[in-house]
Write a protein that binds this ligand. Sequence first.
Ligand code: NDP
Ligand code: AKG
Length: 393
Amino acid sequence: MAIDLLRLPTDSIVRPDKDRFLNEENPFEAMMSRFDRAAELLDLEPGIYKILRNPEKQLTVSVPVMMDNGDVEVFTGYRVLYNTSRGPAKGGIRFDMNVTQEEVKALAAWMTWKCAVVNLPFGGAKGGVICDPLMDTYSMHVGRTENAVVTGKPVEMGGSLGRREATGRGCMLVTKEALEHLGMPMKGATVAVQGFGNVGSVAAKLLAEQGCRIVGISDRFGAFHNKNGIDVDAAIAHVKQHRSLEGFTGGDAIDADDILTLEVDVLVPAALENVITTKNAPKIRAKVICEGANGPTTAAADPILDEKGIFVIPDILANAGGVTVSYFEWVQDRMGYFWSEAVVNERLGDIMTRSFQDVLQLSKQHRVNMRTAAYMVSISRVATVHRLRGIYA
Ligand SMILES: NC(=O)C1=CN([C@@H]2O[C@H](COP(=O)(O)OP(=O)(O)OC[C@H]3O[C@@H](n4cnc5c(N)ncnc54)[C@H](OP(=O)(O)O)[C@@H]3O)[C@@H](O)[C@H]2O)C=CC1
Ligand SMILES: O=C(O)CCC(=O)C(=O)O
């Protein structure tokens, strides 16, 4: 569709100031600095560059909720549609007291690059609600069953087998590829995992099943080290019973921050953003970092990890298993035909392995790290669609 563009004098354009001080904590700026580097290497044309630097749509909502005690509270929520050129904008909703619009914008952009790096026919979006997720109830009224619209549903309601494990499984699969590439055996490889929720606990379990030795795990209430290997099933059972790792006896308690600097082959940050920074990056001793969380490494820390020769599997690739199986869920709902877990896992394996190899090949070709290569793969796929559809479509 052709669009008449508003005509303005050229001097009315405000250009991003690339020399402006980069706030290490701002996830959108971190995303942008990586985007800029990849866009430069791709020699992206200025029109598409400017379009892809901005979200398509941003919405702020105030949601009134009647609380248990009868009081009405109003919660602020954000929805950002970053880019829809490759398909419907995909991305979950984060419920947290610390949600900000900048964070949701970054997460929506990451969803765009994530879907593109694994070649899903989706654009990227994200939502966030400022609230305490321990709260009791969220309800959603859609009037009728639309099971292809929401993903991550219970299997009984049109969810996909394998979705719960998908992100951790994807982390295991790309770690396997990375170790093979680096000539490091999987069997006996030592691993530390920060965060023991959906992503971290499954990644730990599946890596252990592949022969890795999980020597460190942590959550918000405890960090534990055991050089002989932690019994991951026992840790999962402990969390199931006590709701956290607090009191776990299968390892020595260590300082929370020390989980990131253990001497291990593989570090899996699978908790939250901005945990690897310029402050602790010099102390990191892992050979491989598999970014299970979104945005665990600040952009300013990237060059420090590069200099130390650490092989980083970037978040948009490493944790893309989740959205990939959400895509499978959408496909199955649309077909009304559901796959076995073995089929889901096999197809996830194909996509994760192929995507890792696509990124690795580009990283060798351009002599750049895996993060820059992953952004280059994604941006070029999104840019191609803009070119084919007319850049303003
Ligand atoms: N689930 C998914 O499919 C996907 C998740 N991600 C990303 O992965 C990350 C983890 O998500 P997910 O596993 O689903 O979330 P969960 O809420 O299931 O787990 C988060 C884990 O991190 C722990 N944690 C929180 N703060 C800290 C801290 N300061 N130090 C150590 N551990 C901490 C939590 O501990 P506690 O329980 O004690 O609070 C919990 O064990 C997020 O960045 C998310 O965006 C990315 C792609 C898909
Ligand atoms: O399953 C989904 O689509 C959500 C995945 C997601 O939010 C993420 O990858 O960060």
